[in-house]
Design a protein around this ligand. Structure first.
Ligand SMILES: [Cu+2]
Length: 174
């Protein structure tokens, strides 16, 4: 039932966008002014702007890759928690963990690819891996602080992708 309503909403959305495109195509005519007015100076500015953007892109890419590869967890025998993604929910074998306890999430999917991402109480990402049908990806996490963590999907997997949320309660060490 939910799938059918979502399909209908998607179809209506697609019809609307197609109608907007058709309206623009039918109402656009030949341009009044030609491109002749664009001066050589404009092209020079554009070229340097392009070179500057490329250089900035390379610098940002290199800078953001410096912390990688991340150190793998050295935990000897972590607690294993099965994590299964499907359209559109997460199912964890356990939703409660103790702070400081080494945990290994064994992540898979029952249908399409999903992105298994854990966010901290401050909404910063803590760890992430792919959830893939037919594969198990291990994600080692040791939660430092107690609090309410959330698992979200980081790979667009359909119209209710945003609804793929579950919580992990991290309790104080005892
Ligand atoms: Cu997903």
């Amino acid at each position: 039932m939910m799938h059918i309503s979502i399909l209908l909403i998607s179809l209506l959305g697609m019809v609307f966008i197609a109608a907007v495109f058709a309206f623009v195509v039918l109402n656009s005519g030949p341009r009044d002014e030609d491109y002749g007015g664009i001066s050589t100076r404009g092209y020079i500015i554009r070229r340097w702007w392009m070179i500057g953007l490329c250089a900035a892109g390379v610098l940002v890419s290199v800078w953001s890759l410096i912390p990688f590869p991340l150190q793998a967890s050295s935990a000897e025998s972590p607690r294993i928690i099965q994590a299964v993604g499907r359209q559109w929910s997460w199912e964890l074998a356990s939703n409660s963990v103790e702070a400081g306890e080494p945990v290994r999430f064994r992540v898979t999917s029952q249908d399409v690819n999903h992105g298994f991402a854990i966010y901290g109480p401050d909404d910063k990402i803590v760890a992430q891996t792919q959830a893939m049908p037919g594969y198990f990806n291990d994600l080692d996490v040791t939660f430092e602080h107690a609090g309410k963590y959330r698992v979200l999907c980081l790979e667009y997997c359909g119209v209710a992708h945003h609804a793929m949320v579950t919580e992990i309660a991290v309790t104080e060490k005892h």
